[in-house]
Design a protein around this ligand. Structure first.
Ligand code: TXE
Length: 485
């Protein structure tokens, strides 16, 4: 880690500041299990400081022409890109993910988020409605004020920037809280904001735990808009706080996503795609397809292929450039994964691959939180392992006979975030996509993202949508002006 970064600071009003109470938490490196820096254990007073700064900045920023906001956001994207290596290393150390993944995916996508919304605001349209010969209406979309942005640990900079970029591009100011488990890239972002010339107070970053900082943000009366990504249980708490205050909220929560493979699919492509959708980022992506359903005629071929390809994934020190599977984010998360693998076996599942920690990786990583990619077969569709979000490198595979049956399996779930369907039959692809209850259906692919499309989940996977116009609408307040003739 670069010198001077071992103690993270809050970023408020354009400056790095200590938390007021001077308290810090250890920031653990998952690959070693040891603290490598400290993160502020901020309190509501720190959030208050951030809100004051954001309130002051809002006056000017909300009136700054969009072309100027756009230029600053583009400079911010450039600043991150210039320091891509530094960001990628920080993200890998913080999360335990392979540095190659951070370098090729997470950080470049964070850059794209800023570029996308920086340019999107230059191409918006305002609606106008002519009421017969009586009146003329037009709709203004105005910034909402101070936004509260709370993000999780799995894709720290990518998910935080997915919120920050539209929020501030639309002329709002922000109080952001990254996960206390993975604060380093957000810490570096402050520096990039200053390099880009973002006015002080437009983006404020307060580090700390959910109960202290997250709760203070969601409960703050001056923060009227909350965008949250995290677990469903936490999302419920956020909603409970926001609802009586009539805050506008977007909740991106968990998933238990079906990955459906028909016998008529290109099976090689389905197997390769399923290795990714099962184990990318050690399975810690809310979009991972942890419930795999394979049509009976292709079942054994698919299981053998998935086991074979997955067994070749290189588990290793996340900082090694060749590593494909790194560490699980925390000890708690590792325990959760182990719990579910034990439960799966009690529920009658058979471990076809993995199921335990790998052999020692190297001396540096001997106390790290590693777990082998794990494939389980033989589970009943409705068992707990097949219903509850594990959020780790564990998938279960179940055979099915026909379309009707697999649609029933896919939808028999409290979550509804994303799904994948593998088939060469175009009509079937349309038919199945239409019936599956998830916010996204990927056909013959996974995690193929176009930033313009609505993104989010149904059922307990959340409320609201992000992405493209959805985000521009979420972060603005529509106001209709009706002029009589
Ligand atoms: O997430 P939390 P956790 C799922 C996954 C995981 C489980 C718990 O199944 O095992 O959630 O993970 C902040 N008010 N996902 O506990 O707590 C917290 O500080 C306001 C899926 O690590 O949901 C962090 O910044 N904020 C998910 C953020 O919420 C609060 C990604 C998310 O943390 C808060 C992560 C409160 N009361 C976990 N309590 C996905 N869908 O991407 C905590 N936070």
């Amino acid at each position: 880690m670069t010198e001077g970064n071992d103690r993270i600071q809050n970023f408020i009003d354009g400056r790095y500041v200590e938390p007021l109470a001077g308290a810090y938490l250890d920031n653990i490196e998952p690959a070693t299990g040891k603290p490598y820096s400290q993160v502020p254990d901020s309190r509501p007073e720190d959030v208050e400081l951030a809100v004051t700064a954001a309130e002051k900045a809002f006056e000017q920023w909300s009136r700054t022409p969009s072309a100027e906001r756009s230029t600053i956001l583009l400079r911010l994207a450039d600043a991150i890109e210039r320091d891509l290596e530094k960001f990628a290393l920080a993200e890998s150390i913080d999360t335990g993910k392979p540095v190659s993944l951070a370098r090729n995916l997470d950080i470049p996508r964070a850059v794209s988020n800023f570029r996308f919304f920086a340019t999107a605001i230059l191409h918006t349209e305002n609606e106008a409605h002519v009421t017969d010969g009586v009146a003329f209406n037009y709709t203004l979309r105005q910034p909402r004020g101070i936004t509260g942005l709370i993000s999780p640990w799995n894709l720290p900079l990518y998910l935080l920037s997915w919120k920050i970029a539209p929020a501030i591009a639309c002329g709002n100011t922000a109080v952001a809280k990254p996960s206390e488990l993975t604060p380093m890239t957000a810490h570096l972002l402050g520096e990039a904001c200053n390099q880009a010339g973002l006015p002080p107070g437009v983006l404020n970053i307060v580090h700390g735990t959910g109960p202290h900082v997250g709760q203070a943000i969601t409960a703050h009366p001056k923060i009227t808009t909350i965008s949250f990504t995290g677990g469903t249980v936490t999302g419920r708490k956020v909603a409970e706080t926001c609802a009586p205050m009539f805050k506008k909220m977007s909740l991106e929560l968990g998933g238990k996503n079906p990955n459906i493979v028909f016998a008529d699919a290109d099976l090689d492509a389905a197997i390769t795609g399923s290795v990714r959708s099962s184990f990318a980022n050690q399975g810690q992506v809310c979009l991972c397809g942890s419930r795999i359903f394979v049509q009976r005629a292709a079942y054994q071929h698919f299981v053998d292929g998935l086991v074979d390809k997955t067994s070749k994934l290189r588990i290793g020190d996340p900082l090694e450039p060749t590593t494909e599977q790194g560490a699980i984010v925390s000890k708690t998360q590792l325990e959760k994964v182990k719990f579910y693998v034990d439960l799966a076996q009690q529920e009658g599942g058979r471990v076809a691959l993995g199921g335990r920690a790998p052999e020692q990786i190297n001396d540096r990583c001997r106390d790290g939180y590693f777990f082998q990619p794990t494939i389980i077969t033989g589970l009943a569709v409705g068992c707990r392992t097949n219903r509850e979000e594990i959020f780790g490198p564990v998938v279960s595979i179940t055979p099915f006979d026909d379309e009707e049956e697999v649609i029933r399996y896919a939808n028999d779930c409290d979550y509804g975030l994303a799904s994948s369907v593998w088939t060469q039959n175009l009509s079937r692809a349309h038919r199945v996509a239409e019936q599956i209850q998830t916010g996204t259906v990927w056909v013959n692919c996974w995690l193929l993202r176009d930033l313009r499309v609505p993104f989010g989940g149904m059922k307990q996977s959340g409320v609201g949508r992000e992405g493209g116009n959805e985000a521009l609408h979420f972060f603005t307040e529509p106001k209709n002006v009706c002029i009589a003739k």
